[in-house]
Design a protein around this ligand. Structure first.
Ligand code: CP
Length: 321
């Protein structure tokens, strides 16, 4: 399938075509080989990436930085918690300020769903969504898709189960949209309190019984219980949650032989997954992390190549001619 990239930003997978997702995955597969060989390039030398994170991160933030440096970029490790955001500056004004200093790429993580779209409308530069609220986490989902594609040889026709805190999971949403476009069957499973209203509109099957959901599964992705986003106690106790929804070796045995185990991290061992499974032969957890560097290299390259289209009406209106 041939396609070209014409977007200024990488915001979410729901809005991408199958061809665009495939283009990103193909670019990531190539970047992964380069990354693992230790190759470095100067192809984006002179460009600056700002890491604008107002939520904690280990994987996403570090892998954006490593990816950018591998491509010769400068990286601004901008800390929102030490910034003028605390004095009331808006995200858009913060990005416009950084853009005026020569920043051309912004990896934005924000607790508010939709914030990266607002940021993208405000600046001429390229915005990459590094996770917005419970909405989308496109580069994480692409890392997961790459693991599936490499380990299973395909995505189409696979049954992929997401278990746990579906309600607060931007990873599940981005994955579900992309997996459906690529022809996979998606099932979500968790306690009723952690299944969002209207989930059927994602085109997924829904269950509260993990043993049954795992039947015929080619891959299962355990999701972190996001206690920080829960306004009320949505599970009776962590022990009971693990009893019903923890991914253990006994549970995994109900899936297809060789069922791939995914977790976007960070993991709560003994809550949503056992150490035996997380560290076992079917686990691709650390592979997902490595893939994250490759996916971010591919995304930065594609956006850089689309620089000619990077014109934002709002940014243009704010800028002097
Ligand atoms: N998967 C993920 O987004 O991890 P971090 O929060 O560590 O970036």
């Amino acid at each position: 399938m041939s396609a070209s990239w014409s977007r200024k930003d990488l915001l979410g997978l729901e809005e991408l075509s199958t061809a665009e997702i495939t283009l990103l995955l193909n670019g990531a597969a190539r970047a992964k080989k380069e990354f693992l060989s230790g190759a470095r390039s100067d192809e984006l030398r002179g460009s600056v990436l700002a890491l604008v994170f107002n939520e904690p991160s280990t994987r996403t933030r570090s892998s954006f930085e490593i990816a950018a440096r591998r491509l010769g970029m400068e990286v601004l490790g901008f800390s929102v918690s030490d910034s003028s955001a605390l004095k009331g500056e808006s995200l858009s004004d913060t990005l416009l300020t950084l853009e005026a200093m020569g920043v051309g790429f912004f990896a934005v993580r924000h607790e508010r769903a939709g914030a990266p779209w607002d940021a993208a409308a405000a600046v001429r530069g390229h915005v990459l969504n590094a996770g917005d609220g419970a909405h989308e986490h496109p580069t994480q989902a692409l890392s997961d898709l790459l693991a599936l594609r490499e380990r299973k040889g395909r995505v189409a026709g696979l049954k992929v189960v997401f278990v746990g805190d579906i309600a607060h999971s931007r990873v599940a949403r981005s994955n579900a949209w992309a997996l459906k476009k690529l022809g996979a069957k998606v099932a979500v499973c968790g306690p009723a309190t952690l299944i969002p209203a209207g989930v059927e509109s994602w085109g997924v099957s829904v269950s509260n019984d993990l043993d049954r959901a795992l039947e015929g599964a080619d891959a299962v992705c355990a999701l972190r219980l996001q206690l920080e986003r829960q306004k009320e106690n949505l599970v009776p106790s962590l022990g009971e949650y693990y009893e019903l929804y923890g991914l253990t070796a006994a549970r995994l045995a109900r899936a297809k032989e060789g069922c791939l185990v995914l977790h976007p991290g960070p993991m709560n061992r003994g809550v949503e997954i056992s150490s035996e499974v997380a560290d076992g032969p079917q686990s691709a957890v650390l592979e997902q992390v490595t893939n994250g560097v490759a996916v971010r290299m591919a995304a930065l390259r594609l956006l850089a190549a689309s620089a000619a289209t990077a014109a934002s009406p709002r940014a243009a209106a704010r800028r002097p001619a």
